[in-house]
Design a protein around this ligand. Structure first.
Ligand SMILES: Cc1ncc(COP(=O)(O)O)c(C=O)c1O
Length: 467
């Protein structure tokens, strides 16, 4: 099937409009001389009648042309429906020049929808002039703890700070080892390094992209002080066996829940699956602030008390510090904005999940592409919708040339980062992570992403796959 050609449509449309205008004018103007001369026969009378019939023919021709044009537009729309997508995939997609850009994420649409609520929340805080450690922060801590299924929430300045403080609250000090996956954002590792401790990397499972439990077991040493499980891209790590290992070795299990707020594992939300969990409110996260922010959630009253001290200069009471701490507090404006957004999070999460279902259905027929895996008993929240493709770099270029954004989360596993060159790792040490790092590509994903855009992304990938 030929995909509708916009250039052809434009010029035919202009021509038809021109003919139509002349024809209508003629029909409107012509009756006058036609009536005036209706009892006379002569050359002028003949010309009037000719002009009038030409006008009628012009209007008729225009109506027929319009019908044909409509049916072609209808064909175009049909081609982009699910029923027509297979046919569409065998045709070239709309030219890059004509296509609207599709960003990998887009915060503008979200703000357009809830801007008034956000501004009212900010005004409320400014009117109160209680700007740090106030009622908004306390309320958010409670609301988010309830959302995650925990009893305590502690607001901090970022997801990275949440990790640093959680590690310290679990008594990680210089020289200790902390087990983390090698495929994650650098913050998981740099939080360990910030305390002078050493990140010990473990490989990942190729299907879920999360920790390979058997590799974790192999890499534990007497120096290991904690395990961090990252719920990458919005899918929980396999927490039951990790909890078993942690329990056997009496190690705290920390969740890096920066990307998976709202996700579930065997019916329980991430954040409640380990001893302590760290959340990031970086603006592009599923629950994003208007700047930096983070939170730690836990069921432990002891950890809660220690963390409140650590985030506020180690002050156990006013101006009395019991240990070195930090200044890492979530400010009231961010907390108020996050409270607004938390109310929308379940709907946004559903929208992300629906978008993922659409992507996976449409991509099922595209060769050379693997869609994200969602094992039974897991609810993925699709912070990222990440496909795998052997020709990933070429695909990313192809998409970029057609104004479709995509990102690699993450192209270089931590054991190969220059930051960790001192740890003595080499290519091949973590084969699964290295393999998938060469294949993964995250496609446009945000709650407001339209079906049309998803279909265009898929049609473009299908066009690439045919080459
Ligand atoms: C897995 C992971 N951990 C930690 C962080 C750090 O969070 P933040 O940027 O809020 O410091 C991020 C943020 O991108 C992340 O994706």
């Amino acid at each position: 099937m030929q995909v509708f050609n916009h250039v052809e449509e434009k010029y035919w449309g202009a021509f038809h409009d021109y003919v139509f205008e002349i024809a209508v004018l003629t029909v409107l103007v012509a009756p006058k001389p036609f009536i005036i001369h209706k009892f006379r026969f002569g050359f002028v009378d003949f010309l009037s009648k000719l002009e009038y019939f030409a006008g009628i023919c012009g209007v008729g021709a225009r109506l027929v042309a319009r019908r044909r044009q409509n049916s072609r537009i209808a064909n175009f729309q049909w081609a982009y429906t699910r029923a027509g997508i297979q046919q569409l995939m065998s045709s070239p997609t709309t030219s890059a020049a004509a296509a609207e850009a599709i960003n990998q994420f887009d915060l503008g649409e979200q703000y357009a929808a809830i801007g008034a609520e956000v501004r009212a929340a900010v005004d409320r805080v400014l009117a109160s002039q209680q700007l740090v450690l106030g009622q908004e922060g306390l309320a958010l801590e409670n609301e988010l703890a309830v959302f995650c299924g925990t009893t305590h929430g502690i607001g901090v300045a970022s997801g990275t700070d949440a990790l640093i403080l959680a590690l310290r609250a679990c008594n990680v000090y210089a020289g200790d080892e902390v087990l983390i996956p090698t495929l994650t954002f650098v913050a998981t590792g740099s939080a360990v390094s910030a305390l002078g401790a050493r990140p010990v990397f473990a490989d990942i499972d190729r299907a879920t992209l999360n920790l390979d439990v058997s590799d974790v077991r192999r890499r534990i040493t007497p120096k290991t002080k904690a395990i961090i499980a990252v719920h990458l891209h919005g899918l929980a790590a396999d927490m039951d066996p990790l909890r078993e290992i942690a329990k056997e070795r009496s190690l705290p299990l920390i969740e890096d829940n920066a990307q998976a707020i709202g996700a579930t594992y065997k019916g329980r939300r991430t954040g409640s699956l380990g001893d302590i969990a760290c959340i990031s409110f970086y603006p592009t996260k599923n629950l994003g602030a208007a700047g930096d922010g983070g939170m730690i959630v836990t069921n432990s009253a002891d950890l809660d008390a220690r963390l409140r001290t650590l985030r506020n200069h180690g002050q156990a009471s006013r101006y009395i510090s019991t240990e070195p701490g930090w200044n890492s507090r979530l400010d009231e404006i961010q907390a108020a904005i996050l409270r607004v957004k938390l109310r929308h999070l379940p709907a946004w999460q559903k929208a992300r999940q629906m978008n993922a279902v659409k992507y996976s259905k449409l991509l099922a027929g595209v060769s050379g592409v693997r869609v994200p895996v969602v094992p039974g008993g897991y609810e993925h929240v699709f912070h990222q919708y990440t496909i795998r493709c052997e020709r990933r770099d070429a695909l990313q270029k192809f998409l970029g040339e057609r104004k479709i954004g995509s990102t690699i989360y993450y192209p270089v596993p931590l054991h190969l980062q220059p930051l960790y060159s001192g740890l003595g790792h080499k290519p091949g040490d973590f084969p699964n992570a290295e393999h998938v790092a060469g294949e993964i590509l995250s496609l446009p994903m945000y709650p407001e992403l339209s079906e049309d855009k998803i279909e265009r992304v898929v049609a473009t990938i299908a066009e690439f796959a045919r080459q």
